[in-house]
Design a protein. Sequence first.
Length: 94
Amino acid sequence: MSTTADTRVATTTLTVRYFAGAKAAAGTRGEDVTVPRGATVDDLVTALAADHGEALARVLAAASFLLDEVAVHERSTVLPDGAVFDVLPPFAGG
């Protein structure tokens, strides 16, 4: 009897929404992103910067994030499947 290893990688899919300068830097209002299951906010931010380049990387370095409408305070937070992740760059106001 022969067995084969399961080579499928479990993944998590989430919706990333970009606002203001993040939207301009990413070149899109939002996108669905798939990451390995167990990926953290930090893993996602790194992947987004790699996918979209230096302009978005600069925005991400200063941005705040919401995960399912809750502020993210720990970049080690694991991303749940089906979540919505918002990228909020610093806003000028007066």
